[in-house]
Design a protein around this ligand. Structure first.
Ligand code: SF4
Length: 208
């Protein structure tokens, strides 16, 4: 089978990088986790800090067995699939294999493509640059909005209306604008206590 077909079936995927670290953001902040960063993104955020991930063809294509064999070298049982935009791919086969091997599966996604995969935790981080696919709203366990502009508070509230009641709501200052927006986010959370604050703690710890 050709590489393109293997990718379309989700049995091989372009992997930009994969590494064992500490989850720095959101609900699982502080948890040791193995990150799989898939190559490819068509969302185009102006402040993206992994622009090198955008072009999928630049990255080696690995079979899901090869990907999971690397994960198994580490003691942690939490796997975070991120990107790029990981939902550009069918994540069913990779997550099925991870679950079969006893791993917990998390995803970080902008939701810009149809949902796929078997995840224990779905962190949905919508972006203004490409509208989410409607399939994400029923799956999101956490809505994490990166605040880069004052209008992002309204953007966050509009998405909060569409997610499930149990979905946890978080606002996170964009790193380069943190000085400006962190005080506003603190104030917003105090006045709208259904919103919690997420910080990019891995950047403070200087870990990937
Ligand atoms: S969705 Fe993520 S990877 Fe894609 S452009 Fe936005 S921040 Fe970058």
């Amino acid at each position: 089978m050709k590489t393109k077909e293997l990718i379309a079936k989700g049995v091989s995927l372009p992997v930009m990088e994969a590494f064992y670290t500490i989850q720095g953001e959101g609900r699982f902040t502080g948890h040791p986790a193995y990150f799989i960063r898939l190559g490819g993104c068509d969302v185009g955020c102006v402040w993206c800090d992994v622009k090198e991930s955008w072009e999928a063809g630049k990255w080696p294509v690995l079979s899901i067995e090869e990907i999971v064999a690397e994960v198994e070298k580490y003691p942690g049982k939490l796997v975070v699939i991120t990107g790029g935009e990981p939902l550009m791919y069918d994540l069913g086969p990779l997550t099925a294999l991870l679950k079969q091997k006893g791993f917990s599966t998390n995803i970080e996604t902008s939701g810009a493509h149809p949902f796929s995969g078997d995840f224990d935790w779905v962190c949905f981080s919508p972006k203004k640059f490409k509208a989410p696919h409607p399939s994400i709203y029923d799956h999101a366990d956490e809505l994490k909005v990166v605040v880069f502009h004052a209008s992002d508070f309204d953007f966050a509230e509009n998405h909060a209306l569409k997610v499930k009641k149990s979905c946890e709501l978080r606002l996170q200052p964009e790193w380069s604008k943190a000085e400006k927006f962190t005080p506003l986010i603190i104030n917003y959370s105090k006045n709208h206590p259904n919103w919690k604050i997420s910080l990019q703690t891995h950047k403070f710890m200087d870990i990937p």
